[in-house]
Design a protein around this ligand. Structure first.
Ligand SMILES: O=C(O)CCC(=O)C(=O)O
Ligand SMILES: [Fe+2]
Length: 298
């Protein structure tokens, strides 16, 4: 970014600003799936080291007990209600963040945020929050990588991370997502031939737990062969230097929403980042710029 002359800062803020500039210059980039000093105590506390290793090596993992099962009952209710109102006629609902407090709560669960930071770094953005409902006979999606709008080779630092939050749990016959373990290491899109011939395995998830995969791993949706429903929140997050799919910044203009939202949620919506802060009158907010450059390296 080109630096521009800035207005004089008040005395108290000038020193903090200078310290941040210094920190920005001195922050070393954390290697892919290495854990920053900031994050290490949280990974310890939440006992997530095995999940970090699986996500790095296999491209996916199941995080156990992210929330009490009752929260997933509530989430199921929300997705079904919004799906009924949506144009998808009971099959799904889109743009879910900010539509119900349960979705916002799930988006900011401590284990979810910790794994997201381990994979896609600080300052990550909410990218896409959609719900899907499968009934018997529904399902099927070709093998693909979620970083499907990125050119290959994909960057070594993961850019896109998808949590698959099944409200009822997910089994093979229930239509669970299937994955090609380790395909993330290829860091490229799948070919037509590989799509037809790759061995892929079901990801079984108990209610209360969630599956999560790296944007480079090849996976597909399963087919539900039993009665009942598979209700899933697909919650995708992005490394902050790539742009989100859903634009939630309009929520930042809703005073009531901002007043009641947690700091973490406002962070996901991009309130702390420098994007879009320049106007016709002044340049980019440099406080936000430098704090973003620090996050980008972690
Ligand atoms: O519905 C599924 O099981 C998988 C959908 C999918 O590919 C995704 O959420 O990234
Ligand atoms: Fe996907």
């Amino acid at each position: 970014m080109t630096e521009q002359p800035q207005e004089q800062l008040p005395e108290g803020q000038a020193a903090a600003y200078a310290a941040m500039v210094e920190q920005s210059r001195n922050t070393a980039t954390v290697a892919p799936y290495a854990i920053s000093d900031d994050l290490r105590p949280t990974i310890d506390e939440l006992d997530l080291w095995e999940n970090v290793a699986e996500l790095r090596d296999q491209g996916y993992t199941v995080i156990k007990d992210v929330a009490p099962p009752e929260l997933f009952d509530q989430l199921r209710e929300v997705i079904h209600t919004l799906a009924e109102e949506s144009a998808m006629k009971g099959k799904g609902a889109s743009m879910l963040l900010g539509r119900d407090p349960v979705v916002d709560q799930v988006a900011t669960l401590p284990k979810v945020l910790a794994i997201a930071e381990a994979s896609i770094g600080q300052g990550m953005r909410a990218s896409q929050f959609v719900g899907s409902i499968l009934h018997k006979g529904d399902g099927h999606l070709n093998l693909h990588a979620d970083a499907n709008w990125l050119p290959a080779p994909f960057p070594e630092h993961n850019c896109v991370l998808t949590f698959c939050m099944p409200c009822e749990g997910m089994t093979d016959e229930g239509g669970t997502t299937r994955v090609v373990p380790g395909s993330n290491s290829l860091r490229r899109h799948i070919t037509q031939e590989e799509m037809e011939n790759s061995e892929h395995v079901p990801i079984e998830v108990e209610k209360g737990s969630v599956a999560v995969w790296d944007g480079a791993v090849w996976h597909s949706g399963g087919i539900r062969t039993i009665p009942g429903t598979r209700t899933v929140l697909h919650a995708t997050y992005q490394r902050m230097y790539v742009q989100p799919i859903d634009d939630y910044t309009y929520l930042l203009e809703d005073e009531e929403y901002v007043k009641n939202a947690s700091e973490e949620l406002l962070g996901l919506i991009g309130a702390d980042l420098f994007y879009g802060t320049a106007t016709l009158d002044h340049g980019v907010d440099l406080q936000k710029f430098f704090s973003s450059t620090i996050k980008a390296k972690k």
